[in-house]
Write a protein that binds this ligand. Sequence first.
Ligand SMILES: [Zn+2]
Length: 267
Amino acid sequence: MGVDFFAGIIIFVFGAVIGSFLNVVILRLNTGQSTISGRSKCFTCAKKLKWHELLPIISFVLLKGKCSACKTKISWQYPLVETITGIIFVLLFQQSQISNLKSQNFFDFGFLVLIFSILIIIAIYDYHHQIIPNFFVWIFNGLAFLWLFNFGNLSAIWRIENFNMDGFLAGFILFAFFALLWGVSKGRWMGFGDVKLALGIGWLLGMAKGAAAITLAFWIGAIIGVLLIYLSKNKYGMKSSIAFGPFMVLGTMISFFWGEKIISFLF
Ligand SMILES: [Zn+2]
């Protein structure tokens, strides 16, 4: 408790607000609507939302998950993405050791916040549409590439001499692995978006943590897949597919924060 606890609360609220914005981006992506302009409104009755109906997490609770005018249910996605984004920002804040108050750490935190926000967009969008938006996967890959210039490490200095060649190669190894699976299965096991995403995951995490992330993705994906088939026999048959991108993102995030522990447990 103390300064760090107070700072953690502020970072969580900041994350929840960004999460609320990410929801809007995900929702309006490829619909032709502007993500910046245009007030939020109910999709059923078009009621414009008041300021107190736009607060992350809190509004959902106060409205009991329903539109105040037409009582249409509001998707759980909103408070869920807001909460997850808040938690991720707090974890990034802890890892960046901003309490040291070095400008380097602020820069690392801002950079990682951007990378993880894009990963959240990719995961939720893929979950809904079973496709990874090209624009966001290449932004992610670009940022992950830049991350190699601080040796893929927090608190290292960003310069050319620190370029993480092993991490750079790890991206191509993971890319090749996924391209092989994609080719062998003729695109039935995963989409090419997942192949592209693997490149940035390797660049962000390096070989050991990257392999851990992919292993986790396959395990979690398999467990969820079996559960879905078991729990709802009619809805998810053996033939129906679920997007793999969300599991890759989940594996990446878990490996980023707890990679060392997972590697010592797995290998
Ligand atoms: Zn409504």
